[in-house]
Design a protein around this ligand. Structure first.
Ligand SMILES: CC(C)(COP(=O)(O)OP(=O)(O)OC[C@H]1O[C@@H](n2cnc3c(N)ncnc32)[C@H](O)[C@@H]1OP(=O)(O)O)[C@@H](O)C(=O)NCCC(=O)NCCS
Length: 145
């Protein structure tokens, strides 16, 4: 598997994955977030590609000052539980860190509720009932050592 920045030619494949994993309302919201972010910074939209060049997962990040936000993480159902989601999250954390982000927030809503235990597994914790949070301090320590 390899990770790379989103290209316009990925739109169809990524949309298909979101269709398989999210509700119809979420799909529209997801496309809105995607197009807004592509206009600002394509580096924060990452896709995972299988060895035979199929798009198998995607995540969208946005930034506000030194806070980063995750949206729309989804892995194709045939490729779940093989480490793809973890790799996407770690890659986006690393890109955020290089851009000066100090913490990541994830809004807890109907769409992300089912991802809560996955994110907790990766070190995110509830800072309130509607938000998961992770400080990127640990990433900094890893980079220094
Ligand atoms: C949740 C999701 C992103 C995880 O990605 P993945 O590639 O399947 O996960 P990984 O293989 O990286 O799993 C990493 C760990 O998290 C655990 N995990 C995976 N999915 C999980 C879930 N839904 N809940 C709890 N733990 C989960 C795995 O067991 C694994 O644990 P291990 O390291 O001890 O083996 C993926 O299953 C998915 O896309 N689900 C649908 C998402 C969705 O609806 N997105 C739209 C939201 S807007």
């Amino acid at each position: 598997m390899q990770l790379r920045s989103f290209q316009l030619s990925d739109v169809h494949d990524v949309t298909q994955i979101w269709k398989m994993t999210a509700s119809h309302e979420r799909e529209r919201e997801t496309l809105r977030v995607l197009s807004n972010q592509l206009a600002v910074d394509r580096d924060l939209v990452i896709v995972a590609e299988s060895y035979d060049k199929k798009v198998i997962g995607a995540i969208v990040g946005t930034m506000d000052g030194d806070t980063g936000f995750f949206y729309c993480l989804a892995v194709h159902p045939n490729y779940q539980s093989q480490g793809v989601g973890t790799r996407l999250v770690e890659a986006l954390e690393s890109r955020f860190w290089k851009k000066g982000v100090k913490r990541i927030w994830i809004t807890v809503d109907e769409g992300t509720k089912k991802l809560l235990s996955f994110y907790r597994h990766l070190g995110y914790h509830n800072s309130c009932s509607t938000r998961l949070e992770k400080e990127l301090l640990d990433l900094a320590i890893e980079k220094i050592s």
